[in-house]
Design a protein around this ligand. Structure first.
Ligand code: F6R
Length: 365
């Protein structure tokens, strides 16, 4: 049932404040503002020297974002791998180490193969899944559920933000367990997470404005997405979302990589989506953005009031989000990223819920 929406994807985008809130409630102690990690974990966070994350597609971008969180909040080194690469690479793994698998369906063939490889190597396995009866959920030693509910649209939206919520919780919990975060710092981060659904709802209110930007995007042949920090994997997700449902060629890049190649693509016909919340690396992203502007690139900037003021460029189209603690930006900026892709596809007239050549669950490699 699509409710009042034209597509399942639209419905699922709009469900995000609610399902992210459910997912958060499953591991947050709302009164104490602490993380409740899964009980009886077979490993000790403090004893880990690194974590491996394997997943495919959108789920792998959730993993890449989590890398920034685990390294920052838990001082725990993370390697993120695309499962189809990891499974054949014969990666050396420490016995007793931790491998995390992220999968909406819990049936993705490559992710399952990566899980089986890690088990053979004596790794502890933790799966973040949306389907609790799935093969990956059953075979992992620990299951963490995302409570996104059934996701029908082939392009993942609400499963992605719920994966982010679960991974943020794990990273904070790990940081506390490893003695990296004080009780006060933990509660500050948990407090921020609790705000996510409200901020996501605010971002949804920008839909009409984003739709007008989509009209411009719909005419493009190629689109570039740029970001730094956690906004880098989010730029990869933005590009994937756009290409899979609108069939417009799009690529995501770490903003600092621009001058190492992709800047050659920039001309007056090239829309460039810049994801840049006003944070410690904002200035760096802005200088990359100026390089794009100087070459005539058409910029769509996603930022907040402070960012818009500091960017001080008049040629921009700007999507202004509320300001928020840094940990929340991937969750909240996902909304304009998804809406931009969605409305572009609707304008072009593609089959948004069932894009050509794609299956919801990739059970063959
Ligand atoms: C993109 C998308 C895919 C999936 C990928 C993994 O919108 O949906 O990239 O994220 O196929 O699927 P799961 O999470 O089921 O393992």
């Amino acid at each position: 049932d699509k409710g009042n929406h034209r597509h399942f994807m639209a419905k699922e985008i709009h469900e995000q404040p609610e399902v992210v809130s459910h997912t958060l409630a499953s591991f947050i102690d709302m009164v104490g503002e602490t993380i409740r990690l899964p009980e009886n974990l077979p490993f000790d966070w403090a004893a880990l020297s690194r974590v491996t994350i394997s997943a495919c597609g959108t789920a792998s971008f959730a993993g890449m974002i989590a890398k920034y969180w685990f390294e920052r909040y838990a001082r725990l080194p993370v390697e993120v791998d695309i499962a189809s690469e990891f499974r054949y690479r014969e990666a050396p793994l420490d016995k007793g180490g931790l491998s995390i698998f992220v999968s909406q369906s819990g049936e993705t063939a490559d992710t399952l193969a990566a899980l089986r490889y890690c088990k053979e190597q004596g790794q502890h396995t933790l799966a973040i899944v949306n389907v609790p009866t799935s093969t990956i959920a059953r075979e992992a030693s620990v299951m963490v559920r995302t409570l996104a509910g059934p996701e029908i649209g082939v392009a993942s939206t609400k499963a992605f933000t719920c994966q982010l919520a679960a991974l943020a919780g794990l990273a904070i919990g790990a940081g506390k367990a490893r003695g990296v975060l004080s009780a006060e710092e933990e509660s500050e981060l948990v407090h921020a997470l609790i705000e996510a659904p409200r901020l996501m709802a605010e971002a949804l209110r920008l839909e009409h404005e984003i739709e007008t930007f989509s009209r411009d995007l719909a005419k493009a042949k190629d689109v570039l997405y740029l970001g730094r920090g956690t906004s880098f994997p989010l730029s990869l997700e933005g590009a994937l979302k756009l290409k899979e449902i609108s069939y417009i060629h799009a690529e995501g890049y770490a903003a600092g990589e621009l001058k190492h190649g992709p800047i050659a693509l920039i001309d007056e016909t090239m829309p460039v989506v810049v994801i840049a919340p006003f944070d410690t690396i904002f200035e760096k992203t802005v200088s990359n953005m100026q390089e794009v502007a100087a070459r005539g690139g058409r910029i769509i900037l996603m930022t907040d009031e402070a960012g818009a003021a500091a960017a001080a460029m008049t040629t921009l189209k700007t999507i202004i989000l509320p300001s928020m603690p840094t940990i929340l930006t991937p969750l909240v900026y996902s909304i304009p990223i998804q809406l931009l892709a969605y409305h572009t596809a609707v304008i072009i007239g593609t089959d948004v819920d069932q894009p050509r050549n794609l299956a919801k669950s990739v059970t063959v490699e």
